[in-house]
Design a protein around this ligand. Structure first.
Ligand SMILES: NC(=O)c1ccc[n+]([C@@H]2O[C@H](COP(=O)([O-])OP(=O)(O)OC[C@H]3O[C@@H](n4cnc5c(N)ncnc54)[C@H](OP(=O)(O)O)[C@@H]3O)[C@@H](O)[C@H]2O)c1
Length: 286
């Protein structure tokens, strides 16, 4: 029987590629969902040298464009792929304010709107007991959402502030999504601070940070561990293997551990506003 595929978005990035490598080492087939096909093809050639019997497909996906996301999902459907796992790993920190073709600020589009829209389109195509993993960040702890979140206001934009809000929005909407689905699971991965392109701020202090900060960051392989644990529904809580999820209990995977998200986040007054506003923005039916 044809094997179910695992979709990894941003598979050409540091953590994404490390996650792909880890999945291939377990003999699992992967779809690299990437905006840069040439980069993906070069990486696939290298991966095949390392894992000669692996199954690696590449499909184009630009999370900054709703039509690209739609085309990606159509391709999954038309090419008859069976999928049971989706790792929403791609992300971006934009230095400057910009608005995409769909009218979303780019940081919000790539880190929040895109993964959510992709997930909503993919859910009806996925196998029973599917597993969705969304990538969040430590910045969620210091980010607060308000009703200005979708407003296109350059004055409210900041490189880390807007990124933190978009990641926190993904965190909150993952809880609501989990309540709405019946035949699958939603979980979160926090890679920690990882030595990748993403932590370049494109500012004058980057060379200093490279010397003083980067050596203390996690490697991409370490950053990918919680993502792979979450995808494979396994975690090692205090050294003990947990196997089953409790329906609707979203877990946050971090390092080699996982914990259930606490009730206070479900009680966040912005959670339902965010979900409804996102539905309106995407003009999708419940
Ligand atoms: N690095 C950290 O310290 C850290 C900490 C917390 C959370 N995270 C999260 O971990 C995830 C992976 O980050 P990373 O550190 O591996 O960063 P990275 O090396 O910069 O990789 C980011 C990946 O996202 C892809 N991407 C960017 N914009 C895209 C778009 N519009 N459509 C499709 N793909 C797009 C990139 O594609 P290209 O290869 O074409 O550029 C790349 O594959 C992100 O969600 C990030 O927010 C990272």
């Amino acid at each position: 029987m044809e094997k179910s595929q695992i979709i990894v978005t941003g598979a050409t990035g540091s953590i994404g590629l490390a996650a792909v490598r880890s999945l291939l080492s377990k003999d699992l087939p992967v779809i690299m969902a990437c905006r840069n096909l040439n980069k993906a093809k070069t990486q696939r050639d290298n991966l095949i040298k390392q894992f000669p019997h692996s199954e690696i497909n590449i499909l184009e996906l630009d999370l900054n464009s709703l039509s690209s996301i739609k085309t990606f999902v159509d391709n999954i459907k038309n090419q008859g792929f069976k999928v049971d796992k989706l790792l929403n790993n791609a992300g971006i920190i934009c230095r400057d304010f910009s608005v995409n073709e769909d009218g979303f600020e780019t940081t919000v589009a790539v880190n929040y709107i895109g993964p959510l829209y992709l997930t909503k389109l993919m859910i009806p195509l996925m196998e029973e007991e599917f597993n969705i993993v969304n990538t969040v960040s430590v910045t969620r702890g210091v980010s607060k959402l308000d009703e200005h979140f979708f407003e296109l206001d350059k004055k409210r934009f900041s490189q880390l502030g807007t990124y933190g809000k978009a990641k926190y929005a993904l965190f909150l909407s993952s809880l609501t999504l989990s309540e709405k689905i019946k035949n699958g699971h939603v979980n979160l991965t926090d890679p920690g601070v990882v030595d990748s392109n993403m932590i370049s701020m494109h500012r004058w202090f980057d060379p200093l940070a490279d010397i003083l900060f980067r050596p203390f960051c996690k490697t991409p392989e370490q950053g990918a561990i919680p993502a792979v644990n979450a995808l494979l529904c396994k975690s090692t809580d205090n050294g003990q293997q947990t196997t089953d999820f409790v329906q609707n209990d979203v877990k946050l995977f971090s390092g080699n551990k996982s914990k259930v998200i606490s009730k206070k986040h479900y009680d966040n007054p912005m959670r339902h506003w965010l979900w409804e506003e996102t539905e309106k923005q995407l003009k999708v039916e419940n």
